[in-house]
Design a protein around this ligand. Structure first.
Ligand code: B12
Ligand code: SF4
Length: 425
């Protein structure tokens, strides 16, 4: 079949992200002999003409649209980014009468709400490789598409539970042309994924809706082989998009060693969970080219961390930060203020602690975005912060009752005034 895949995201907050998820889907369909064209909407000025041209040229049988960001997770002056995606879906609907199928991280968090709100016909929750391939097979054979795991059909409520791809070798890494479709510049951070899923269960986090809790790892040789292909395609800087780079420790260590042995000569960034980090691992990360980590410590109050279901505590963060500094790895810290259990004292302790760690940059977020199917959403419902029927697509934020938002913001701003490398939002 002829398939047009569109990554609707146009946001360049922090950095330009490349549509790695859609690239995986494009490769899976290509491997099944479908004819695929992929569009990344970032940086295209006249998007209407571009999409129109692609539809005329390919004459697609179906159109898949990937939705990444719903909002910027910022309580003050929130940007509701999904509205841009909805416009792209409406534009595609005007230009084509072929079935529109949605997918992506943002879609997977709100599958029914987005389907009901947009002009799309169907959506696939979670990983798209196997499910979209199955859907195309059914279309080709003229069979009913009902019963495909994770497939939502507009106007119908019955959905077969989604299935997670257990064997990561059952689908290939995408051809670099799908990932680096646009020219790579020296500041492009090319995304690399080595694992899917996150076994942690942080109270506010939506990752389980996207990737599930079971961790599924790629064989290290295949990761290193693929990074080699990306480097040959022009990548000089990589971003490991795994939810947690450093866990499982043995996998992270072997990956770093294999990258060093392969002489890949790239610099890279990753997301670190400040738990079970040790010097051997940090040294191996530095040797393999790790240049910067995002360190989501969120709070320095052990009770707040416990209520967030974090496994680490304040001392673990201090230890990880010291080690990273010793190996000259830049640290971007992240704090979240206002969580359950937060008090004025815990806010002050957290800000003092972050200042003492001297992060290279720090983002302080006031208020926590509430996502469906999370412990935080349950708590917010019990406390009357959100209503029983709020589908949460329009961003809603949590601040523990009794703690004054204005006071938190003013206090965070006072600290930020003394630390030019801090951003508050
Ligand atoms: C790494 C990451 C980043 C990195 C990106 C680095 C880079 N160079 O790519 C950084 C730190 C820069 C970042 C920034 C931001 N991020 Co971010 N990020 C992630 C993270 C952890 C992984 C994304 C990823 O690459 N996944 C790997 C790919 C392979 O998976 P995938 O895209 O989901 O694709 C699969 C499926 O979704 C599906 N699929 C995808 N498309 C389609 C299409 C069809 C048709 C089908 C059928 C299926 C399908 O199949 C794919 C393969 O299985 C996710 C959380 C998560 N685990 O998803 C958050 C996440 C995507 N980010 C999020 C947000 C909010 C942001 C920011 C807006 C935050 C901010 N205020 O700064 C910015 C926006 C950046 C931008 N320009 O768009 C949210 C988005 C949803 C939301 N809440 O709005 C997420 C989901 C985090 C969360 N849990 O809330 N991010
Ligand atoms: S470690 Fe990160 S991805 Fe995993 S549940 Fe916690 S916040 Fe979500």
């Amino acid at each position: 079949m002829k398939v047009l895949l569109i990554s609707a995201n146009r946001t360049e907050i922090n950095m330009r992200t490349m549509p790695l998820g859609l690239a995986f889907v494009a490769q899976a369909l290509t491997d099944r002999h479908h004819s695929v064209k992929m569009i990344d909407c970032v940086g295209i000025d006249d998007i209407e003409s571009y999409i129109k041209g692609a539809i005329e040229e390919l004459g697609p049988d179906i159109i898949g649209i990937s939705i990444r960001n719903i909002d910027d997770q910022t309580m003050l002056n929130t940007r509701f980014l999904y509205e841009d995606d909805r416009e792209i879906i409406a534009l595609v609907r005007r230009l084509s009468d072929r079935p529109i199928i949605l997918g992506g991280a943002g879609y997977s968090m709100f599958p029914d709400a987005i389907l009901a709100d947009s002009d799309a016909d169907m959506g696939i929750e979670g990983e798209g490789e196997a499910a979209l391939s199955m859907l195309l097979e059914k279309f080709e054979r003229g069979e009913s598409v009902e019963g495909i795991p994770g497939l939502h059909i507009k106007g119908r409520t019955a959905v077969e539970p989604r299935q997670f791809i257990k064997d990561t070798r059952s689908f290939q890494y995408p051809d670099p042309q799908y990932v680096v479709g646009q020219p790579v510049t020296p500041d492009t951070w090319v995304p690399v994924q080595t694992r899917r899923g996150c076994a942690m269960n942080c109270s506010y986090c939506s990752t389980a809706s996207i990737e599930g809790r079971a961790l599924r790892k790629r064989p290290i040789e295949s990761v290193v082989e693929w990074i080699g292909q990306l480097v040959r395609a022009g990548a000089r800087q990589l971003y490991f998009v795994d939810n947690i780079f450093n866990l499982p420790r043995s996998y992270a260590l072997s990956l770093c060693r294999a990258m060093t042995d392969a002489g890949l000569n790239v610099k890279w960034r990753c997301i670190v969970y400040p738990w079970r980090i040790d010097e051997e691992l940090v040294a191996a990360m530095a040797a393999a080219g790790c240049f910067e980590v995002s360190l989501g410590s969120e709070s320095a109050d052990d009770e707040v961390l416990r209520l967030m279901h974090k496994r680490f505590r304040r001392d673990d963060v201090a230890y990880a930060s010291r080690l990273l500094k010793k190996y000259n790895i830049t640290q971007m810290g992240f704090l979240m203020l206002g969580a359950p259990g937060e008090t004025r004292q815990s806010v002050l302790d957290t800000l003092d602690f972050a200042a003492s760690l001297e992060f290279d940059a720090l983002k302080v977020t006031v208020g926590i975005r509430i996502y469906p199917n999370t412990t935080l959403a349950e708590e917010a419902r019990k406390q009357g912060i959100i209503g029983p029927d709020d589908n949460l697509l329009r961003p809603r934020f949590y601040i523990t009752p009794g703690l004054d938002e204005k006071w938190i913001r003013e206090t965070a701003a006072m600290y930020a005034a003394k630390h030019p490398n801090w951003i508050t939002s």
